[in-house]
Design a protein around this ligand. Sequence first.
Ligand code: ADP
Ligand code: MG
Length: 622
Amino acid sequence: MNPSSKESLAWDNLRFELEPWLKDAIASLEYPTMTPVQASTIPLLSGNKDVIVEAVTGSGKTLAFVIPVLQKVSRRLYSVPEGHDRAEVLKRGHMLAIVMAPTRELARQIQMVFDKVLGFLSDAMTPRIKTQLLVGSLGNVREDLDNFQVEQPQILIATPGRLLDFMSSQSIKTSSLEIVVLDEADKLLDFSFETDVVKILKRLPKQRRTGLFSATISAAGDTVFRTGMNNPVKLSVKTRSFLGEQTNAPTSLQLSYMMVNPEHKLTTLLSMLKQYNFKKVIVYFPTCTSVKHFYHVLTEVDQDNSQLRYFSLHGQLNTKSRLKTLEKFTEGDNHEDSNHKYVLMTTDVAARGIDIPDVDLVIQIDPPTDPSVFLHRCGRTGRANKVGRAVVMLNPDTQEEDYVGFMEVKNIYMTKMEPPRHQNDNIFHQRLRNFMLADRARHELAVKSYVGFIRYYSKHVASSIFRMASLDYVAVAKMYGLLRLPKMPESKHIAADQMPEDGWLGDAIDMDEYAYGDKVRERARLESLDRDKVARVENAKRRKELKVKNEAWSSKNDKKEVKSERREKMKRKREKIEKQIMDEQERGSDEDEAEEDWKDLVIKNKKRKSNGSALQGSFDDL
Ligand code: ADP
Ligand code: MG
């Protein structure tokens, strides 16, 4: 049988006899055929095999595990031998299936696929098959536990942290579990989740089925063996491009790159958003803070954006608004008869699994730090054989163009594309500067996102391509709208002739006069400024006194001591005085406001760096 022929992919040819209601439900979904990954996975996982499934983005992996899970649950609930009470088949506190996913959005989406199929379950079938979503910051664990006891769902769909909390309750019994699925398994098995996931798996019965799914499962390496699978079957569904090369991206997806100087990235992005023909685009930014910052910039600085509808989605928003935003973006304005284009600005929190049918363009302002995420980001478009385009911007005059060859080794092929004609940069940058000058808080956010970006850049796995030494720090700072470069250790890479005077990227401004837009905040700033001034005067006085003391001391001892002894004593004394001054500086700062801003940043940055756990949870920073 040729597995890719239309005929062999007919649902009737599925090599497994599903429960009758499930067969009918699938027919009602109106997918003309199975996808190849569904044809090969469903029979194995519904039967008695553990599977490791690697198939390109948008190839229908969700249904490839949803059907086997429903099959197992139905069999257990509805094939009850004569004389047994159906209501008794699953005891209170027990569940039959668990599906894990790395993000709340993805977990919710998987639940929606389950519920869609379950919508075709006839009312006569009891007990009902139910799902429950367990994700962070949506209600609390207590409520989850209460719901579980009242509703008695057999299928849990969860992010690992919340699931572990949930399972730590005595009332939760895992001994009836039949199947566990890890969607985006390589992510669930990497350092950010592995500990929790392994703990969860250890608590599940050994006699169960396990399914691992991802477009990039090879990235998980040996950790898959920690999942306790029994003789798993490895299914790898690859595609061939029109040129016959094996590719790891769906053939319906056209990948390109563009060389753009950071200084022009924003205006290039704006031109693409305006000139390109698309319905929905996802634009990837490096960090949460940069999404917040650029969301304000794009919606407020660009005055000619009536056609564009912007949405921002990142990990610092609470779960409710994250899900709401995604829902709104997914819906678009179906009701309005307009030609709006929808722009979702986000981070890698929305890189994996998210399935929004009309996303026809993906733009990456910078490549992701982890090369396997590249495919996941691009894979938000070109799904289920629909055409999609994905563009990544790379920095010229660095080694970044090598990224293209680097990805080819991973069977990912990109073509070069010229940036679109862009609008007048000067006007935009002038507006951006005015926008910054109008509120000190905007600039603080800009500086924070710039520093965040530099940290992000240093975390690139392919560090020989993304070199700290060749990044154009000044151009990046201009892109972020900074008025002045923050002082940070990385500034050492800036060549002396490139370093703007005193770090100012335009005319210097008086930082004491630079006001917050928020009145309360501004009043507090002015008050603390006054206090600082008093401290500064006192400090200067003290410094002078110490200096006088020092001079007096040296002249008194001049004659009595031999030279070498004197030098030694002088040195010790000087160090003591210096230390005294330093200590005082730390208490009441002797530096001017702006310098203080700079110093703060560096200190904060250092603190974060030394705080290993902050890096550990990096997925939550997104
Ligand atoms: P993956 O997890 O492999 O990235 P999804 O499971 O999210 O992909 O599916 C991508 C899209 O394909 C979804 O919108 C889904 O509705 C659609 N789809 C799933 N199965 C089929 C099928 N058999 N035929 C056509 N489209 C399908
Ligand atoms: Mg998926």
